[in-house]
Design a protein around this ligand. Structure first.
Ligand SMILES: Nc1nc2c(ncn2[C@@H]2O[C@H](COP(=O)(O)OP(=O)(O)OP(=O)(O)O)[C@@H](O)[C@H]2O)c(=O)[nH]1
Ligand SMILES: [Mg+2]
Length: 306
C-alpha cells in the first residue's frame, strides 16, 4: 500500500511513522492546519469552500517520529465532474493513510452533515481522531463540551482535541495525540524531505490563489492554471522564467480575468510573482496568459500538467 521507506534506517525501536490524512467538509481548515503543523506555506487557503483540488503531501518530523500528512480536498456531495474527482481523490488518500484526522468547526452544528462522511470513514479500519478547529473564534467555550459528547457518543474517536489552525492553539496536544496513534516503524522519508510535489505544482497553486484574492466574488469556479514553461535561472533574464496559462471556460470569464486594459491579470501576476519569489527564495519573471478552453476540466486525464 505504501512506498518502501526511503528514510534513514533507524535503530530506534520506539520510532513511529506513518501516513496521516486530514479529512472533513470543505472550508473547515485542513490546509491551514497542514501549513501550521509544518510551519511552512505548502497548501493554498481561501475563505471559499473547495479550494484544495489535489492531495498535497507534507512531512512533519522530530527525532522520535515522522508524520506524512496528506491534505485532501473537502468531502461533500459532488455535483460536477471536477468535484467528483476531488472527492474521489480525498477518499484515495484516506484509504492510503494509517491514521485519519477528521476536522470540523468548533461550536458549529454540522453533526448531521459530518455524520454521513464519518460513517464512510469509520468503515476503514484505522485510528481516527477528531479536531474541533477554529476555537479562536468561539466566543462561548461552553459549546465545546456538548459538541465533543455528541461526536464521541456516536463514533469511537481515539481522541478529540480542540485546536486553532490559525493561532496554533492546541496543536502541540494534537501532535502528541497523533504520535501516540502512529504505528512504530522507521522513517518513510529522508530527514530534510518536505513534499513530493514538484515546484511547478506549487507555482500553479500560488497563481490560482492570487487569482482568487484579486477576483474575489467574480472568480469563475472553473478557473485553472497550467504551467507551460519553467526555466530555472534562464540566462537571458538572469532569473527563473515561468510562463503560465490561466484557463477559463467562457469568453465572458476571460474578459473578467483580463480586466480593463489588462489591469486585472497584471495585478494577479504581480501578486503571484511576489509569492512565488518568496516560496522559491529567488527572483522570478512571470508571464501570464488567459485562455478560453471549453470544458478543460473534463477533457483528458489531467489537463493541468504539472
Ligand atoms: N478563525 C479561524 N479561521 C480559520 C482557522 N483555520 C482555517 N481558517 C479559515 O477557514 C477558511 C478555510 O480554510 P482552508 O484551510 O482553506 O480550509 P480547507 O478545509 O482546506 O478547505 P477546502 O480545501 O476547500 O476543503 C480560510 O479562510 C481560513 O483562513 C482557524 O483555526 N481559525
Ligand atoms: Mg484545503
Amino acid at each position: 500500500m505504501h512506498p518502501e521507506p526511503i528514510g534513514e534506517p533507524t535503530q530506534d525501536k520506539e520510532f513511529r511513522s506513518g501516513y496521516l490524512a486530514l479529512a472533513g467538509r470543505p472550508n473547515v481548515g485542513k490546509s491551514t492546519l497542514l501549513n501550521c503543523l509544518l510551519d511552512q506555506k505548502l497548501a493554498i487557503i481561501t475563505p471559499k469552500p473547495q479550494t484544495t483540488r489535489n492531495t498535497v503531501l507534507g512531512v512533519w518530523q522530530n527525532p522520535k517520529a515522522q508524520i506524512a500528512i496528506l491534505d485532501t480536498p473537502g468531502i461533500f456531495g459532488p455535483r460536477k465532474l471536477l468535484q467528483e474527482i476531488m472527492v474521489a481523490s480525498a477518499f484515495r488518500a484516506l484509504r492510503q493513510a494509517d491514521l485519519i484526522l477528521f476536522l470540523t468547526e468548533a461550536g458549529q452544528e454540522k453533526f448531521a452533515e459530518d455524520r454521513e462522511i464519518l460513517e464512510k470513514i469509520f468503515s476503514l479500519p484505522r485510528p481516527i481522531l477528531l479536531a474541533l478547529n477554529k476555537v479562536d473564534r468561539l466566543v462561548d467555550k461552553s459549546l465545546l463540551l456538548p459538541q465533543m459528547e455528541m461526536y464521541s457518543q456516536n463514533f469511537p474517536f481515539q481522541e478529540i482535541i480542540p485546536i486553532s489552525a490559525r493561532t496554533g492553539e492546541g496543536t502541540k496536544e494534537l501532535l502528541q495525540g497523533l504520535i501516540r496513534a502512529l504505528p512504530p516503524g522507521p522513517p518513510l522519508f529522508p530527514p530534510d524531505f518536505l513534499t513530493d510535489r514538484p515546484e511547478r505544482f506549487f507555482v500553479a497553486e500560488i497563481i490560482r490563489e492570487a487569482a482568487f484574492a484579486c477576483l474575489r466574488e467574480e472568480l469563475p469556479y472553473s478557473l485553472g492554471v497550467r504551467i507551460e514553461e519553467f526555466r530555472e535561472n534562464s540566462r537571458a533574464r538572469g532569473k527563473d522564467f515561468i510562463r503560465a496559462t490561466v484557463l477559463v471556460e467562457r469568453e465572458t470569464q476571460k474578459a473578467i480575468t483580463l480586466g480593463h486594459q489588462g489591469r486585472m491579470i497584471k495585478e494577479i501576476g504581480e501578486k503571484a510573482r511576489r509569492e512565488i519569489e518568496s516560496f522559491l527564495d529567488r527572483p522570478v519573471y512571470l508571464e501570464l496568459w488567459v485562455k478560453v478552453q471549453k470544458k478543460w476540466r473534463t477533457c483528458g486525464q489531467n489537463p493541468l500538467r504539472y
